[in-house]
Design a protein around this ligand. Structure first.
Ligand code: NAD
Ligand code: ZN
Length: 351
């Protein structure tokens, strides 16, 4: 089969690979729509997770089941499915006392385009189909469905880790698709004022649609100063980081009130250590909680997010600014994600 792969750090290309085969609990899926992720860019061009050779890229897909293992109960060939970016092993020891994202080891729930071949191919393999696939309802478009697999679960996880309470002031730093979903998730969680930090006009417009009240352009001056001015020197209750490099932590620590939470959903592809300001962190005593997390995956998470789309609490398809047709367009879509033209939020490739 034909597939688009990371050949080595810094290099991508089309390759031929054997079509995968389903084990007893697994499924083989033919993609109907895929989307490249900024994480694919960190992985290939920054070597974020280390060297990989001829590994098929991509972890965001909606597809049709073409083959199932003998033990799979709830899915049949022909079923349309939402496939989470995170497809953990559900029978490990860690699953009983840790988050499923780390079942089998740190970040090991993230299999596609990390520790196994991804979804940018004619077919791909899904572990433990009954636990990792979700049925795609009729009334959800492919554009919306593919956003659920990663962008929505990640952005919403930012709102979850930030532990937003009714009426909180929330800053979302970085409003690409992940940050936009963090804005939408914060809004659904009951945030009062939402301050979004970004610069691309399309993203700003969609951020406002998803519930942002104030927009800070980080290119117009120091973000922390602008947010402190906007909040009369008080800062915000919760900060969600969805953009920027490792230095963005300084900004987050500065703007978050004592006893506030900082939730990072960014993937830092470069840098050794992440700096935290000593004084603004209350010399270590400010009760500012910092969390960082990989998005939740698995079947139930997808089913719950699907409910939000199905019952029109959110329309994630607004982020699909560039929609392509045909597997050959995957390369163009990935390069868009690398170059980030100003009118881009997220490309989708329908197969
Ligand atoms: P994106 O590049 O489209 O969006 C990030 C935005 O942040 C960009 O618009 C960029 O201009 C902006 N930015 C850069 N520096 C900034 C600064 N100093 N202040 C404010 N904004 C700044 O990326 P995305 O697709 O939205 O993804 C965001 C991050 O989330 C990526 O690092 C991606 O790898 C990561 N990610 C993590 C998970 C997870 O499970 N935690 C899942 C998917 C993606
Ligand atoms: Zn991703």
């Amino acid at each position: 089969m034909k597939a688009f792969a990371m050949l080595k750090i810094g290099e991508t290309g089309w390759i031929e690979k054997e079509k995968p085969v389903a084990g007893p609990y697994d499924a083989i899926v033919k993609p109907l729509a895929v989307a490249p992720c900024t994480s694919d860019i960190h992985t290939v061009f920054e070597g974020g997770v280390g060297e990989r050779n001829n590994m098929i890229l991509g972890h965001e897909a909606v597809g049709q089941v073409v083959e199932i293992g003998d033990e799979v109960e709830d899915f049949q060939p022909g079923d349309k499915v939402v496939v989470p970016a995170i497809t953990p092993s559900w029978n490990t020891r860690e699953i009983q006392n840790e988050r499923h994202q780390h079942s089998g080891g740190m970040l090991a729930g993230w299999k596609f385009s990390n520790i196994k071949d991804g979804v940018f191919a004619e077919y791909f393999h899904v572990d433990d189909a009954d636990m990792n696939l979700a049925h795609l309802p009729e009334n959800i478009s492919l554009e919306s469905a593919v956003m659920i697999t990663d962008m929505m679960t990640t952005g919403f996880h930012g709102a979850e880790m930030a532990e937003i309470e009714f009426g909180d002031t929330v800053a979302v730093i970085g409003i690409g698709p992940v940050g936009l979903m963090a804005v939408a998730g914060s809004s659904l969680k009951g945030a009062g004022r939402i301050i979004a930090v970004g610069s691309r006009p399309n993203c700003v417009k969609v951020a406002q649609e998803y519930g942002a009240h104030d927009i800070i352009n980080y290119k117009n001056g120091d973000t922390a100063e602008q947010i402190m001015d906007l909040t009369d020197g008080k800062g915000v209750d919760r900060t969600i980081i969805a953009g920027g490099n490792i230095n963005i932590f300084s900004t987050a620590v500065k703007i978050t009130k004592a006893n506030g939470n900082i939730a990072n959903i960014n993937y830092f592809g470069e840098g050794e250590n992440i700096p935290i300001n000593r004084a603004e962190w209350g010399c270590g005593m400010a009760h500012k909680t910092i969390r960082g997390g990989l998005c939740p995956g698995g079947r139930v998470r997808m089913e719950k997010l699907i409910e939000l789309v199905k019952y029109e609490k959110i329309d994630p398809s607004m982020m699909a600014t560039h929609v392509y047709e045909g597997i050959d367009k995957i390369e163009d879509a990935l390069l868009l994600m690398k170059d980030k033209p100003r009118d881009l939020i997220k490309p989708v490739v329908k197969m």
